[in-house]
Design a protein around this ligand. Structure first.
Ligand SMILES: [Zn+2]
Ligand SMILES: [Zn+2]
Length: 64
């Protein structure tokens, strides 16, 4: 996956404990970037998709 913060590409499956051991809140269900430590949440992707769809809807409405 690609880190949203710094753009560093890494294999999340090769991270021990999803790179979360130094995170403080253990088991936060995010993949921590080995480069910057940012917690990349897999659920956030779906959220982003939802927001993008929502924005598209608004865009269609506002074009009148
Ligand atoms: Zn964590
Ligand atoms: Zn990063």
């Amino acid at each position: 996956m690609k880190c949203r913060m710094c753009g560093f590409e890494f294999d999340e499956n090769e991270l021990e404990n999803r790179g979360c051991s130094s995170c403080g809140k253990h088991g936060c269900n995010s993949y921590h970037c080995p480069n910057c430590g940012f917690a990349n949440s897999p659920e956030l992707d779906q959220e982003f998709e939802f927001i993008t769809k929502l924005k598209n809807k608004f865009r269609k409405k506002s074009t009148n």
